[in-house]
Every structure is written in C-alpha cells, then in structure tokens.
Design a protein around this ligand. Structure first.
Ligand SMILES: [Zn+2]
Length: 125
C-alpha cells in the first residue's frame, strides 16, 4: 500500500478491496512517471469495465490523490486544444490553433482524464 488515503475505502467498500489495491499500484506508477490516468487504460490494466474504473478514480479524487481534467481534442488533428477543470466550463465553440479557426461541438471531442494532484506527488511512501 503506497497511498494510505485509499485504506479507508477498503473498509468502507470491502467488495472493492482487490480493485483498490490494483488502483493503488497503478497510481503509484503514474505518480512516478507523471502521466495522467485515462479511465479506459486503467480499466484494461485492472481487468474491470470503464464504469468501475471511473468509480475508483472518483474515490481517489475524493481522497485528494487525483483530480479530473477535461481535455478537448481537435477532431481533425487529434491534438489537445484546451483543458478544463469541469465539464460546465467547456464552451460551445473553441478556437483551435492548429486549424486557426473556431470549432463547434461537431469539430472537437472531450476526453476525461485524471491528473495526480500536487499533494499526491508527495504522498507516496
Ligand atoms: Zn482543429
């Protein structure tokens, strides 16, 4: 166990104990490499569906280990145009520097990822 903050959830949700251990290992690795966590990749890694992976990351968010980020991708260039903390902040139209024009909802897609919080980087033991 590296993120002790996750221990409380093992007590609260004993049926998730196994998954929380896998989550802990995954997040510890992510904190070393500095990569953000993509729910679909986590799901694959811990052999769960994406819904469960998302639920686990919500717990890690609750524990202050990760925080959600919404990455907006240009559909044409498949590159990140902008980032937001909440879904509500995403505007209807976003300027894309790669195409030098504004894209509407038809021209971009949003991906939810989880970044390791600043606190988490100092949390691992
Ligand atoms: Zn674009």
């Amino acid at each position: 166990m590296r993120f002790l903050e996750l221990e409380q959830y093992k007590v609260k949700y004993p049926q998730l104990k196994h998954y929380l251990t896998s989550l802990d290992e995954y997040l510890s690795k992510a904190s070393e490499t500095g990569h953000e966590v993509v729910p679909a990749l986590l799901a694959k890694k811990i052999s769960s569906d994406e819904g469960l992976a998302l639920a686990l990351l919500m717990l890690a968010d609750d524990a202050g280990i990760v925080r959600p980020r919404y990455y907006v991708y240009c559909d044409l260039k498949d590159a990140v145009i902008s980032e937001y903390d909440t879904k509500d902040q995403i505007p209807e139209r976003i300027y894309c520097p790669f195409d030098d024009e504004e894209h509407s909802r038809q021209g971009f897609h949003v991906e939810l990822v989880f970044e390791l919080s600043r606190e988490a980087r100092g949390m691992t033991t």
